[in-house]
Design a protein around this ligand. Structure first.
Ligand code: SF4
Length: 306
């Protein structure tokens, strides 16, 4: 959420337009009955939502939900990791793009130091939210000099570092194709120092290609969303804070489920709508980008989460 856009005078959504916890849980119940078993809470920054532990607790009680994860910048995690784990959170993914404060700040525009994120990773692991996944977006000329230091820092740890190609999420991150460091190049750079061997996907539809360090230094993931798009195996639906269902990370046009909820629709009616949306979906934004076709308009990342 760049400060130039979301400054002091920015008019955020009034609370009444956000889904309540009860509404989120009701939709999650419908999704679970339709076959969803994994939930990931994203943002913006999800730990800014008051009483998030209560939401996690409510979601964890839904029959069929086997896994609840959270993506966070880590700033507020140290004080809350234990309570979140107690509420039923299973895993966290923490964003960390560099190990030095200057590069980290250049990538993220946040006002806290790297040490705080490292504390968050430790706190999450101590709370049992393991293995902690660490997401590093790699942007040429900004933080690609950090690829090897980051790999070294998290080798031989219990955590899993995942390096992600810089994507055109939203319209405010100044994406140009030249800034993308292809996953193949990242793999070559790391493998030249610490040889890697490919591992199979951990589960169907996993977006990261997994590699093990041949010397036993653990695992690393590469996410080639720009150079090797995986739209064909994409199984993720996203629900925005104001109740719109997006069937693609880049899809600007979500489907309004909040109106259905607030107009008194029953669970079966909502389920039918979700089924209709999902079965009609034909999203392939990253494939269109890769083929240099003109992709459709994008939604902002801060709105839809990762
Ligand atoms: S671009 Fe859209 S459809 Fe393709 S993998 Fe990403 S979220 Fe899924």
């Amino acid at each position: 959420m760049p400060k130039e856009v979301f400054g002091r005078d920015f008019q955020f959504l009034p609370r009444s337009e956000l889904l309540t916890f009860e509404e989120i849980v009701r939709l999650a119940r419908v999704f679970a009955r339709e076959g969803v078993s994994k939930l990931r809470i994203t943002g913006g920054e999800p730990l800014l939502r008051r009483e998030l532990e209560r939401l996690v607790d409510m979601l964890a009680r839904i029959p069929g939900i086997e896994d609840i994860a959270l993506t966070t910048n880590g700033a507020l995690l140290p004080a809350r990791a234990r309570a979140l784990a107690d509420a039923g959170l299973r895993r966290v993914t923490v964003s960390l793009d560099a190990l030095d404060d200057a590069t980290f700040g250049a990538m993220n525009d946040v006002a806290f130091p790297v040490a705080r994120v490292l504390d968050a990773i430790d706190a999450a692991a101590e709370a049992g939210l393991a293995p902690v996944k660490i997401n590093m977006v790699v942007r040429r000329g900004v933080n690609d000099h950090c690829v090897l230091p980051m790999a070294e820092r998290f080798r031989n740890s219990a955590h899993i570092l995942r390096m992600i190609e810089f994507m055109d999420v939203g319209t405010t991150n100044g994406w140009v194709r030249e800034d993308v460091v292809p996953a193949a190049e990242i793999k070559q750079r790391i493998g030249a120092i610490w040889p890697l061997r490919a591992l199979g996907p951990g589960y169907p539809g996993e977006v990261a290609s997994r590699f093990a360090y041949v010397d036993g230094g653990g695992e690393i993931g590469l996410i080639a969303s720009v150079t090797e798009p995986f739209c064909g195996g994409c199984t993720r639906a996203r629900l925005s804070a104001d109740g719109r269902l997006h069937t693609c990370l880049f899809g600007a046009a979500g489907h309004d489920l909040r109106a259905l909820l607030r107009d008194g629709a029953g669970d079966e009616e909502i389920a039918a709508r979700v089924r209709a949306i999902w079965t009609a979906r034909a999203d392939r934004y990253s494939e269109l980008r890769a083929s240099r076709a003109s992709p459709p308009p994008r939604v902002e990342m801060s709105y839809i989460g990762g």
